[in-house]
Design a protein. Structure first.
Length: 359
């Protein structure tokens, strides 16, 4: 078996495909972390370097808007420029950390297709100047539309991405829960709802249409839910992923696990189920909710430990100055360290620790 290695930094095009193949061959998956600012980006890079794990950094439309600043008057431009600002930050710093980094954007429903197209324009400009796109990949989540329309729009967008060496993540079936206003709040009795489970026939349709156009991955639903809900709301059935892989393998006479699969809504999933899903060709698992909580929890501990420093610049009882404690670097750093600790666990669960292919 040949070992493929890459230079550290943002990976795109053939290098991106090399990384995805290395994950699937090596039986591990990369965490895909939703970032909202330099604190979360830097925490992810620091964690990846310490764990010697490659990593995926992604922005939701709301995360991109926040990154660019909630005060940018035009929300559409704010979402595009915020994502570009994050990408430039990552391009500048990623190689310093000695790992491979995939740059990606998260769920875009039909209303947000223009956001992705705005970013493609930026990648086309970047490609002209450097020979590489700005982002490694984007996601389109048209799972609320009929399957024919979902795939038709995906094919149109992938045709534009392929010449830049970019990959498209699509969604088939519905991830339960809601993220940044996209998705479906779960209702009682949703367990067993067939929409929460991707049909292998739909995955085959996607493969037939998209694989001749370019590189793509599939967020398939196997009972996953965004956010953390009370146990028992849904049941994860990773075997659905296996069934999709086997149908494509059989129909096209391919080797095992031809599809690149993505695991959404995995917060709170046991390590056993994660390993089972990775065995069926999952190379990317999104991690948002658990890291949001890790950041907030660590900041809360700072506030709890020094409550008066968040109330007074100088303590009125004893004239103690609190500058060193309310300095944002103190408590934001605590938040970063909370993210690093939780993401280190996620990398261990996904099997990516020590597997970076960057040299
Ligand atoms: Zn998702």
């Amino acid at each position: 078996m040949t070992t493929n290695t890459l230079k550290p930094g943002v990976v795109t095009g053939a290098d991106y495909q090399t990384l995805v193949d290395a994950c699937k061959r090596g039986g591990y998956a990369l965490p895909a972390v939703n970032v909202v600012g330099t604190n979360t980006v830097n925490a992810v890079l620091e964690c990846a370097a310490k764990a010697k794990s490659d990593v995926i950094i992604q922005l939701s439309n709301g995360g991109a808007r926040f990154y660019g600043g909630e005060g940018v008057p035009d929300a559409h431009r704010g979402r595009v420029l915020g994502a570009v600002a994050a990408a430039q930050h990552v391009h500048l710093l990623a190689q310093e950390y000695g790992v491979c980094v995939v740059l990606h954007t998260d769920h875009a429903n039909k209303k947000l297709v223009p956001w992705v197209e705005g970013l493609l324009e930026k990648s086309e400009e970047h490609f002209k100047a450097t020979g590489r796109p700005l982002f490694s990949s984007h996601m389109l989540d048209l799972s609320e539309e009929p399957i024919e329309e979902n795939l038709e729009i995906c094919a149109r967008v992938l045709k534009r991405m392929a010449p830049l060496g970019m990959s498209l993540e699509i969604e088939l079936g519905v991830t339960g829960g809601e993220e940044d206003g996209i998705g479906h709040e779960l209702e009682h009795g949703d367990i067993g709802n067939p929409k929460l489970y991707t049909q292998p026939e739909d995955v085959l349709k996607a493969y037939d249409l998209l694989s001749p156009i370019g590189h793509f991955s599939v967020a398939a639903s196997f009972g996953n839910v965004h956010g953390v809900y009370a146990p028992g709301n849904v049941k994860l059935r990773p075997v659905i992923l296996k069934n999709s892989q086997e149908l494509v393998t059989k129909t096209h006479k391919l080797g095992s696990n031809p599809l690149n699969l993505v695991f959404h809504g995995g917060s709170g999933t046991s390590a056993d189920l994660i390993r089972e899903a990775v065995g069926y060709g999952v190379f990317k698992m999104n991690i948002d909710t658990d890291l949001q909580f890790a950041f907030a929890h660590a900041v809360a501990a700072e506030v709890d430990a020094n409550p008066r420093a968040f109330k007074y610049q100088v303590d009125p009882d004893n004239d103690k100055p609190y500058k060193k404690l309310y300095d944002p670097r103190k408590w934001l750093r605590a938040g970063e360290q909370g993210v690093i600790a939780r993401l280190t666990e996620a990398m261990a669960d996904l099997g990516s620790t020590g597997k970076s292919i960057a040299v």
